[in-house]
Design a protein around this ligand. Structure first.
Ligand code: TYD
Length: 135
């Protein structure tokens, strides 16, 4: 799946015996300016988050702790990404259906976006998403 450049981005890792450090900043490691940060935590076993696409916003998702899967659908193909390290993340462009599942105990998902929260930017119905992508 490479429509709009879905990709895993490996972040810098400053290895230090006092503890390692990773980072990302606007338009360097990730291809957009960060406008909003949110995180998902305390997810009960078996729960699913997401299940939507965005009309315009882009996101970058990192498993800061633990592990979970991000399942992407571009209107044709589906691909599952397993995130389980804090030094890489998944870039999700707009108009990609995404779901997050398979959360491990105590997992922490960090998400940064280039837009403020706006419900109107969500596409929450998969058949509407399909029409937008495939006509
Ligand atoms: P939502 O993005 O629908 O959660 P998910 O797709 O991960 O299941 O967000 C759930 C609710 O949280 C949503 O109805 C409104 C609120 N919310 C905000 O107020 N601001 C935010 O930045 C986000 C991401 C959600």
């Amino acid at each position: 799946m490479d429509r709009n450049k879905v990709c895993i981005i490996t972040l810098p890792k400053i290895i230090d015996e006092r503890g390692n450090l990773s980072f990302f900043q606007n338009n360097q490691q990730i291809p957009f300016d960060i406008k909003r940060t949110y995180w998902i935590y305390d997810v009960p076993g078996g729960e699913v988050r997401g299940g939507h696409a965005f009309r315009t916003q882009q996101e970058f998702i990192v498993a800061l702790s633990g592990a979970f899967d991000v399942v992407l659908h571009d209107g044709k193909d589906e691909q599952r990404f397993h995130l389980n390290r804090s030094y890489y993340g998944l870039y999700v462009p707009n108009k990609i259906w995404r779901q997050m599942d398979n959360f491990s105990t105590n997992s922490l998902a960090l998400i940064v976006s280039d837009r403020n929260y706006e419900e109107a930017d969500y596409i929450r119905d998969f058949s509407e998403f399909n029409i937008i992508i495939n006509g």
